[in-house]
Design a protein around this ligand. Sequence first.
Ligand code: ATP
Ligand code: MG
Length: 344
Amino acid sequence: GHHVSSQRIRFQRRNMPCRYDIDRFTPSFLSIFESLVPSQEEIAKQKQLLTSLSRIINKEWPNSKLYLYGSCANSFGFSNSDIDLCLSIDDKEMSKVDIILKLADILQAANLRNIQPLTRARVPIVKLMDPETGLSCDICVNNLLAVVNTKLLRDYAQIDRRLRQLAFIVKHWAKSRRVNETYQGTLSSYAYVIMCIHLLQLRRLLPCLQEMEATYFVTVDENNCAYFDQVDKLNNYGAHSRDTVSRLLWAFFHYWAYEHDYTKDVISIRTGRIISKERKDWTRRVGNDRHLICIEDPFEISHDLGRVVDKFTIKILREEFERAANILQFDLNPSVTLFEPYVP
Ligand code: ATP
Ligand code: MG
């Protein structure tokens, strides 16, 4: 029946080597990458906004500190994306919600626009627009784990340029195909970057920084975050490998379409290996965590970045991985077809 033959197709595809002419497409993929990278001018504007907001907020809270995090600081951000900021503040008197409300007042008085405090969100934030730079941003409070994982991603990106190339193309694919929407049950950009890092660790293009002797340590809400962060000493790490962005893209989608064992495996950049669902006790649904695709957070290790995926969206995701793998294997124009918008 249909089931048997589709199993057979899957099996055959799994053993298929990469097409011999994959590198014909490398220039096109690299030019897509270049077109998505933010300009120096844009990066300077982001810094300017950080400086002016820090000045405003420090007047009220002299001991606070404002950090950039997320895509504008982890080096995986596209041009024209929103800015994520995190205010670190040690005020035992005030709750997070009170801080958010007071922050909104301070920003209002300083003439920032479109100020919206969202106090009931899972992560409470203030949204605003800066008329000077035209940039929009979200400010959250005391979410330091996000600041630390931002640094980890940025440090990995410095080791081998192919990580950034791969992750940009994967994010662009995910946005085009509408599988980058956590509120719809698909994966965050953060999760896709972790999936790319893991693939490059398996292929020995990247080391596992958390398994090396730590040169950077912080403790955030009981989580010990420690890793080797002198990455300028590692910039020859992947030099032995001639993998190009096209081959890595093929490997990425082939892995998630045909090689990953969804019933048993957890990917873990903390260890640089695949670990078992059994060992993490992620074999069944617990509350809202379904563990249908398992991606361990590097610091909050009880946190599965795939937990938002449900029994409907896992099918959509796997079909999209297969579609992408097949395009890279067979299509005449993969650098176009891969990003064709999803039409419901
Ligand atoms: P985009 O370009 O799509 O805006 P982004 O890099 O800002 O991408 P998001 O997924 O919006 O990615 O995440 C922003 C930041 O928030 C991440 O860099 C990470 O620090 C943190 N983050 C997001 N999701 C999680 C999560 N599930 N667990 C821990 N930290 C997360
Ligand atoms: Mg973002």
